[in-house]
Unconditional design. Structure first.
Length: 464
């Protein structure tokens, strides 16, 4: 019985077709069937009743490893092509460097302190109004296909989805195993692509919202076709980004072959980045410096924008759904910390000067999130204008950093002493932020069983 319909579907055929598409991943999409569009077409989206949304979350993708964000390596041809004909947010910030906290903020449009999701056993309150609920009420069929246990339904992430499904993983193909001899995970993002193909086939005559959470990059998986950049830790990450591009290409091909590309919004986003020893740290879910919180956001429309547009303001993942709801002509979530960026988008599409906002942008991580009985230890970053202030907890007095991106793009030089007034202003902003409370009663802590804990440990996290 299909997970997406009440009638039988020859799943083996779907799997065969999807694998076949993937084997052709080195063939780039040669033509783009979408017509040219304009600012007026963006405004007209709100009056259309045929639009679908495909939201692609690439776990662990940092912005500065993509060509469209200035990277010198050719890691991201498909994402770059989407940006070249769509909307790219040039300075975009995730609200945490750990998936669960970051995704809770993205879905609720609230900072972590207000979402209430900051610990390994915390979950989204049932009182939260999630985008999938709002879209379902607006007539969309809603489905989520996910591969990261931190967004499991038992943490509240399934609210509003008609179907919320983790595809059954199969052993990675030989081409992946050859390049990743120590790989232990079962399944790849192609499992999610196959499930997506089935969903689109069944629902192509209905309006839908589809969320696909991809994990191959988090697992550093790549194959012989994407083994282009070397074998050290950082090179393998780049190889994996290149593989993810092949996966995204197959998703776009599914939309094109079902003639749905011209009525679908495609969003490419990420939950956090990854550190490669820039300041003695590697990985994520440990700190909220630039390398683990600066992420891409690309919106590809049902039509092409000549040359694409770039939003120059500092933006945040909490802005994502307010912006999409404004595009669709739907009301935004109440109590949101995020704001719609549609005015900047329309200004850029018209070739007008963008009004550069100066709202503070916050990233937040409780560094003891995975320790059951440990007291909270909050690290918080506030980016405003060219400055980023980062407070790191430690015994006694917190360690403070202030970076000037205009003079130090990598944000490695601490200029706290040179800017005492600005540092105080941002320090006070952190204090005010940590005093905030959720707009609803927080959910009770989840009692995870050993099976659930082991599933999360398999992602590489240390848990009690």
């Amino acid at each position: 019985m299909s997970i997406f319909a009440t009638h039988r579907w020859p799943y083996v055929v779907a799997a065969f077709l999807a694998v076949g598409l993937f084997l052709a991943s080195t063939v780039q999409i040669s033509t783009d069937p979408r017509p040219l569009g304009s600012a007026e077409d963006i405004e007209a989206l709100s009056s259309r009743d045929d639009l679908n949304i495909v939201f692609l979350l690439v776990d662990t993708l940092r912005a500065d490893r993509l060509g469209s964000y200035g990277y010198e390596r050719d890691t991201s041809p498909v994402m770059d092509a989407l940006a070249a004909t769509g909307i790219r947010f040039g300075r975009h910030l995730a609200q945490s460097s750990w998936t669960k906290a970051s995704m809770a903020s993205l879905w609720t449009s609230l900072y972590p302190q207000r979402s209430g999701v900051t610990r390994f056993d915390s979950r989204i309150s049932p009182d939260a109004v999630m985008p999938a609920e709002m879209l379902r009420d607006a007539g969309f069929h809603t489905a989520g296909i996910w591969r990261n246990g931190w967004v499991s339904g038992y943490f509240g992430f399934d609210q509003g989805f008609d179907t919320y499904y983790m595809p059954r993983g199969r052993p990675p193909p030989a081409t992946v195993r050859r390049e990743n001899p120590t790989v232990s995970s079962v399944g790849t993002d192609m499992d999610a692509v196959e499930a997506m193909q089935e969903f689109v086939r069944i629902n192509q005559d209905h309006r839908f919202f589809l969320y696909v959470h991809l994990m191959d990059l988090h697992e550093y998986l790549y194959d012989e076709d994407s083994a282009l950049f070397g074998t050290n830790y950082s090179d393998v990450y780049d190889n994996s980004i290149r593989r993810v591009n092949a996966v995204l290409e197959q998703i776009l091909l599914i939309l094109e072959r079902t003639r749905m590309r011209g009525r679908t919004l495609v969003i490419v986003a990420s939950d956090h980045g990854e550190a490669f020893g820039e300041r003695g740290l590697e990985g994520h879910a440990r700190a909220v410096f630039r390398e683990s919180t600066e992420v891409p956001l690309i919106i590809s429309l049902p039509f092409r924008l000549q040359g694409g547009i770039v939003i120059e303001s500092r933006t945040r993942n909490v802005d994502l759904w307010p912006t999409l709801f404004a595009m669709l002509g739907l009301p935004a979530q109440s109590e949101a910390d995020g704001v719609s960026r549609l005015p900047e988008i329309l200004a850029a599409a018209r070739g007008e000067a963008q009004e550069i906002g100066d709202e503070p942008a916050i990233s937040h991580l409780d560094t003891t999130w995975g320790r059951r009985d440990a007291a909270p230890a909050q690290t918080v970053a506030v980016a405003q204008g060219p400055l980023r202030y980062v407070r790191v907890p430690q015994p006694g007095r917190p360690l403070e950093h202030l970076f000037d991106t205009a003079l130090d793009p990598a944000e490695l030089k601490n200029v706290l002493r040179e800017h005492p007034e600005e540092a105080k202003e941002l320090r006070d902003a952190v204090g005010r932020y940590l005093e905030l409370a959720p707009p609803w009663a927080p959910a009770e802590r989840l009692q995870l069983d050993e099976l659930q804990l082991n599933q999360l440990r398999a992602l590489g996290y240390s848990l009690p």
